[in-house]
Write a protein that binds this ligand. Structure first.
Ligand SMILES: NC(=O)c1ccc[n+]([C@@H]2O[C@H](COP(=O)([O-])OP(=O)(O)OC[C@H]3O[C@@H](n4cnc5c(N)ncnc54)[C@H](O)[C@@H]3O)[C@@H](O)[C@H]2O)c1
Length: 348
């Protein structure tokens, strides 16, 4: 299988989730999050992981029927208890609540505890941008990254995203993990028997290495931009883990290696209602001016086009929707076929 229809993939994901006990509304929220992520070309964090989320439901680490609930709140903030629900369900609820509150107060923060891996942070930041707000979304993760001076993992590569609304509907958005590279890229180099660039890994003595052969046991990811990525990872940990009462650092367990345990990740969502701070027309004009000026930066040798954050993803999404097709990676095809076999629901 090389390609799959966007619509059919969405239907398949909904049916599979309902087969394992989720109600139709939550299944749609989860499927929409994962399939939209696929259309953006972030195939590592979309429906490829659905099979493992469902295995986590089967093992008891996710409660497909849980209803996240507000634990505490003020006019411009809330803490949600995810109650071990699917991460996408808690996270969408978290950003929706931040947007609802920001509509009244101009800006709002919602923290989520007792959640699970939420996939790609960008989807949630874009929920706010679709409502004309600047959205910020982040999550902590189980420690998979060393920090300057350490010789073992100490913190997650905590994903961070922001999205700024643009009149065209295609936001400016950055969606990144705070490690220098995704673990998947190291694994791919390891499988090909290749060395990796310096700055990606340290060995188990804390010495920089280009040898990925022992990854992840004998070598560890490094933060992006050294101390700067480390510092940002601590900021995400503080807003998503510490302040929410979620698991913090080593209290977050691997969502896919410990299927029976709750992941206990935390998330943070911030929505800023631009229209309250500046007339929408003027905001729209200024965003376009910023985009124009960035696009028009003098190009370096060999560069044909300068991109805004998120621009490549929007182009991929447009193509996927126009062709009603997502090109599958082998890992994604294998995982979807496995899930189809498990639940007896055909993919096409
Ligand atoms: N849930 C979790 O625990 C978890 C953990 C880690 C990562 N993630 C997700 O993994 C995904 C991949 O993260 P990553 O760090 O590998 O991303 P990446 O390094 O591929 O960077 C992607 C971002 O950089 C922007 N970008 C790339 N090249 C650009 C250019 N030339 N000009 C302008 N912008 C450019 C893209 O538009 C996009 O916003 C993200 O969706 C992230 O949320 C999730």
């Amino acid at each position: 299988m090389k390609r799959v229809s966007v619509g059919k993939l969405y239907e398949f994901a909904c049916k599979a989730l309902m087969h394992y006990g989720m109600n139709a509304g939550d299944a749609e929220v989860t499927a929409r999050t994962l399939v939209t992520t696929d259309t953006f070309g972030v195939l590592s964090h979309g429906t490829k992981n659905l099979c493992q989320y469902i295995q986590k439901i089967q093992a008891g680490g996710i409660d497909p029927k849980a209803k996240p609930a507000i634990l505490r709140e003020g006019p411009a903030w809330a803490i949600l208890d995810g109650k071990r629900a699917m991460g996408m369900v808690s996270a969408c609820r978290g950003m929706a609540l931040a947007v609802e509150k920001a509509r009244k107060t101009g800006i709002a923060y919602v923290g989520v505890r007792n959640s699970c891996h939420f996939g790609a942070a960008g989807y949630y930041a874009n929920l706010a941008a679709a409502q004309g707000m600047i959205g910020i979304a982040m999550s902590n993760a189980d420690p998979n990254m060393a920090i300057p001076g350490s010789r073992d993992v100490a913190i997650g590569n905590n994903p961070f995203s922001f999205a700024v609304p643009v009149r065209s509907g295609e936001s400016i958005f950055l969606d990144i993990a705070l490690s220098n590279v995704a673990a998947l890229k190291v694994v791919m180099a390891k499988e090909r028997g290749e060395q990796v660039p310096l700055g990606w890994l340290i060995d188990d003595q804390g010495v920089p290495t280009t040898d990925p052969s022992g990854f992840p046991h004998d070598s560890h990811l490094l933060p992006m931009a050294a101390h700067k990525g480390y510092g940002l990872a601590v900021m995400v940990e503080s807003l998503a883990g510490l302040l929410t009462g979620a698991g913090m650092l080593g209290e977050v367990s691997s969502w896919n290696l410990n299927l029976a345990s709750p992941n206990n990740a935390g998330h943070a969502f911030i929505a800023i209602d631009c229209a309250q701070m500046m007339p929408p027309e003027r905001f729209g004009d200024r965003v376009e001016q910023m985009a124009r000026e960035l696009h028009d930066a003098p190009k370096g040798q060999g560069t044909e086009k300068i991109f805004l954050p998120g621009e490549m993803e929007w182009a991929k999404r447009r193509k996927a929707l126009e062709e009603d097709a997502i090109e599958l990676t082998q890992a994604m095809a294998d995982s979807l076929i496995k899930l189809s076999g498990m639940c007896g629901i055909p993919l096409e």
